[in-house]
Design a protein around this ligand. Structure first.
Ligand code: GAZ
Length: 264
């Protein structure tokens, strides 16, 4: 049997979740990752596999069997490769794990709306919304594991679902000057966040890469869309992000040119 294929965008937080899970299981080599450039028209073969939707990752298991949605793919990987279990095995603990995972979408959206915002008047409101999510997370972790670091004693499924988002939120540090306030009210979630970011299985992306690739989000442009005067997306593979300068931070005043971003 040939290996399953995951079509993904290398910097996408949703596919990083799957990479982390495979890494934890020691199975990174069991799946073939194929890179998709979202700044180019989608290959018809991939569209056929996903049956028309464009969001990645998708996992092609062969024989017409395709899964999408990162959380669904995570469950599949967990259940298909049972040798080393990462999700909790106790039924109650699985429930607690799911309660935390269920909030990840709203948390992600709050950070994303904050980086996409270009209206100075709304900075405070975006900040409060995101802090509300961090406060909820802090309370949840304090309740379920007050003295620990992760949700349970070791880095698990719920932790790895959030980790790529904590890393994407480096764009908030860079473009919005936002970090979790150093305040006892956020101490528990900060400990968790920092340990998730530092976990050896989660080192697929770097601060510099996130900041450079997500410039267009900070400029209010989603997934490969182009702003005025721009001919290339910050998500382009070429020139490589390593060869580009750090982007300007003045997103509330103007949108940088291709030249300034090192895209041409
Ligand atoms: N629900 C899907 C999943 O797999 O969990 C979401 C997948 C998804 O949005 N994938 C994006 C995609 O394929 C790439 S990653 N877009 C191309 C297309 O044609 O649809 C980051 C965010 C965020 C939304 C997206 C991303 C991102 O906040 O990096 O915040 C950090 C896109 C809502």
């Amino acid at each position: 049997m040939s290996k399953p294929i995951i079509y993904h965008i290398p910097v996408c937080p949703f596919s990083q979740r799957v990479e982390i899970l495979l890494e934890l299981k020691g199975l990174r080599g069991a799946v073939e990752f194929r890179v998709v450039d979202i700044t180019k028209p989608r290959d018809p073969h991939i569209l056929e596999l996903s049956r028309g939707t464009t969001a990645l990752p998708i996992m092609d298991l062969g024989g017409g069997r395709v899964l999408k949605e990162s959380l669904v793919i995570l469950r599949y990987v967990e259940e298909a490769y049972r040798e080393l279990q990462i999700a909790r095995s106790d039924a109650y603990e699985r429930g607690v794990e799911r309660l935390l995972i269920d909030r990840a979408g709203d948390f992600t959206m709050a950070g994303y709306l904050m980086v996409m915002n270009r209206d100075r008047e709304r900075i405070g409101e975006k900040r409060e919304a995101l802090l509300g999510h961090y406060a909820w997370l802090d309370d949840f972790l304090r309740h379920h594991n007050p003295d620990g670091t992760f949700l349970f004693e070791r880095y698990g499924l719920a932790d790895l679902v959030y980790t790529p988002m904590f890393m994407r939120f480096w764009f908030l540090d860079y473009y919005e000057g936002f970090d979790l306030p150093v305040d006892p009210a956020f101490a528990r979630v900060r400990r968790w966040r920092d340990a998730c970011i530092a976990h050896p299985a989660a080192q697929q992306v770097s601060y510099e890469e996130i900041v450079k690739l997500y410039y267009d989000y900070a400029a209010g442009l989603g997934n490969g869309a182009l702003g005025p005067g721009r001919s290339r997306s910050s998500f382009a593979f070429d020139p490589d992000w390593r060869a580009r300068p750090m982007p300007p931070k003045d997103k509330y005043d103007r949108i940088a040119s291709d030249e300034e971003l090192g895209l041409v």
